[in-house]
Design a protein around this ligand. Structure first.
Ligand code: TYM
Length: 345
């Protein structure tokens, strides 16, 4: 075994959280409830927290350069406005820390073609036109594993849609450790928790709320004003029945379940508690209450995002400082990885 390389068991790693969001368009309510709100919770627990705008992931599909720059800064503003403190957490954009791409290459050589071909998100994103998808889109999950493991992160909060990528991350860590006879990379724990791990489209309860959905009415954006939020919730698809009093009653009612989940997540309460309060009521009564709650929680965030966006130089300074701090963790781990695999240097 190479001298000086950490060989402790997974449980002995420093409790450290990593997660990332693509700056590939506006932030949605799905990103907020499924990810950022959870990031804030974990920041306030006993973890080191590292949060990243994954711009190298974003370019796996075409991005207009000006829009990418703007979206990266706006995402940074979204993190801060939602409660991420750039002093307490490390906050940066991926391309400023080259160790991600460097370890990503190593993992391209660890991951197997068969594993990658099973990734459902590639199939969804590439669609019928897979021959024309970028090679980067296919290799995306290996870079994602590198994002996490370059920090020896032990916990990764994400929405439900990222579960398969985190299983692949564990497979890559396990294979690397096995191939080189070490316990070098931790077997990371996915953290997929809370009432809103899968926020669905407001127009179709069987589809995920997504920034790439062609229908603007399908999603709430973090930059929407109070009127837009209220209109989208009023028009959200529902069914004709009243809300049930128990969770079982949401079975087979995806739109109803979605709105109740959103309410519970925004109010920091459980689905049971929401149904105890609203069971038996019609959507005509529930929707205005949901709108009120959403505006109450989201309007201060969008106002703060707009304020922060007025000082782009400050945002750029925050990202540069975050990247510098990130590199102090990532560089020694890359160096040890290179030593383990036999690079001279
Ligand atoms: P991305 O940018 O698509 O989404 C960012 C985060 O938001 C969550 N999310 C949702 N949660 C609930 N309901 C929804 N409708 C919804 N839509 C999005 C996602 O699950 C995610 O947590 N591959 C990642 C980015 C990434 C990453 C990483 C994440 C790159 N490297 C390392 C964690 C660790 C992605 O495309 O997320």
């Amino acid at each position: 075994m190479t001298e000086g390389v950490q060989t402790s068991q997974t449980a002995d790693f420093t409790p450290r959280v990593f997660s990332g969001i693509q700056p590939s368009g506006g932030l949605t309510l799905g990103n907020y409830l499924g990810a950022i709100k959870r990031f804030v919770d974990m920041q306030d627990q006993a973890f080191e927290t590292i949060y990243c705008m994954v711009d190298l992931h974003a370019i796996t599909v075409w991005q207009d350069p000006e829009a990418l720059r703007r979206n990266t800064r706006e995402l940074c503003a979204g993190f801060i406005a939602s409660g991420i403190d750039p002093e307490q957490s490390i906050l940066f954009n991926q391309s400023q820390v080259p160790e991600h791409a460097q370890l990503g290459w190593v993992f391209n050589c660890v991951a197997r073609m068969g594993w990658m071909k099973r990734m459902t998100q590639f199939k969804d994103k590439a669609g019928k036109n897979a021959e024309n998808a970028s090679l980067g889109l296919f290799g995306y999950p290996a870079l994602m594993a590198a994002d996490i493991l370059i920090y020896h992160a032990t916990h990764v909060p994400v929405g439900e849609d990222q579960k398969q990528h985190l299983e692949l991350t564990r497979d890559i860590a396990t294979k690397f450790n096995h191939d080189f006879g070490v316990d070098f990379f931790p077997i990371t724990e996915p953290v997929i928790e809370g009432a809103a791990t899968r926020v669905m489209s407001l127009r179709d309860g069987s589809k995920k709320m997504s920034k790439s959905d062609p229908s603007a009415a399908s999603r709430i954006n973090m930059t929407d004003d109070a009127d837009a939020i209220a209109t989208k919730i009023r028009k959200a698809k529902t069914d004709p029945d009243a809300l049930p009093s128990e969770t079982d009653g949401l079975e087979g009612r995806p739109e109803a379940r979605n709105l109740v989940n959103i309410y519970a997540a925004l109010a920091d309460t459980s689905v049971d508690a929401v149904l105890t309060e609203f069971g038996g009521q019609q959507f005509s009564a529930f929707k205005p209450r949901l709108s009120e709650l959403a505006v109450d929680k989201l309007a201060p965030i969008s106002a703060e995002m707009a304020r922060l966006m007025q000082d782009q130089a400050e945002i750029d300074r925050i990202l540069a400082r975050g990247a510098e701090r990130a590199r102090t963790v990532a560089a020694p781990i890359l160096k040890q990885t290179y030593e383990l695999i036999g690079m001279v240097g």
